[in-house]
Design a protein around this ligand. Sequence first.
Ligand SMILES: [Fe+2]
Length: 380
Amino acid sequence: MYVLPAINMVGAGCVNRIGREARRLGGTKALVVASVGEVGEAQAKQIGDILQNAGVDAVLFPKAMPNPTEEVITEGAECYKANNCDMLAAVGGGSAIDAAKGIGIIAANGGEIADYEGSGKVKHVLPPFIAVATTAGTGSEVTQFAVISDKSHKKLTIVDRHMVPTISVNDPEMMLSMPPSLTAATGMDALTHAIEAYVSNKGTPINACKAWQAIKLVADNLPIAVKNGHDITARENMCCASFLAGIAFNNAGLGLVHAMSHPLGGHYNLPHGLCNALLLYAVCKFNLTQETAHLFAEISMALGTGRGWGSDRDNAEAALKAIKDLQHEVGFNKGLKDYGVKRENFSMLAELALLESVGKNNPRRFSKEDVITLYEECYW
Ligand SMILES: [Fe+2]
């Protein structure tokens, strides 16, 4: 089985075609979910205008905050029903798209969002759903995952193929105003998705070709997009990277970087991409074994550091160095200590990391002590 949206648009200006596609899906009125605040309101209006120009009515719902909550999901589902909507659109980063997934679950299935925590619990398929990404990294526009906070602020992870958007949109023109720090963090998230999918226990040749190309695109384009956010070619290539990495991890799963970054980001309220950027090198070093050396050697070729005459081990070591160099080049030059992380919490964070289901596809088994050691390595 291979899961991805039915239609995928990537390229400059492609967002302008969603009105026509919405009509072809049979939609007459869309709930447009976006992030709370000025930027989200403007993005919701832009998407609403495109839909309305194509004859599809739009109800704007720019209320998704980072880590969307159960309350917002419930309010969104009520708004969807009260306005007799028959399709969903989401515009934003992972939070807005995840909120739309939650709203779609409740609109199609009823109940409360906590009822759907876990895997495969969504009975009825969501309404037609267009997801427009405004960052190049999270991959939420192509995946079957959503993270929602319940009433006690506990994060619920929902996994279900019924949540995959019908149409994904990655338009670099929607990303031109992203500041360098967000470009860097989301880009490192895309790189982490691609690397974790490439070395995953669930890796397949189909995932490998997507993940490898995503790694190459990030290595070649992320530093340019960070330095000059208006370089449309670099932005478009980062869209391709994010899209490919998203599809790869949607099917191959993730690994220990995400298992460690989720509790870290949740406890210290640190951005997801930043946490991954700070952890990626150390976890890759941990994952480099005799069994995985050939995979990291192949990654080294994508990063531009592999040599045809080099041994797998040498090329794999070069990949690790390239990952660290890229991390520094895009601005992540500090350790966990500089972000206010406290050493005394490592044991608690490690216990939470062991509970993360995303870690189960990591190529090397790990213990609580291993995870504490890895947090320690990133603490400087
Ligand atoms: Fe991620």
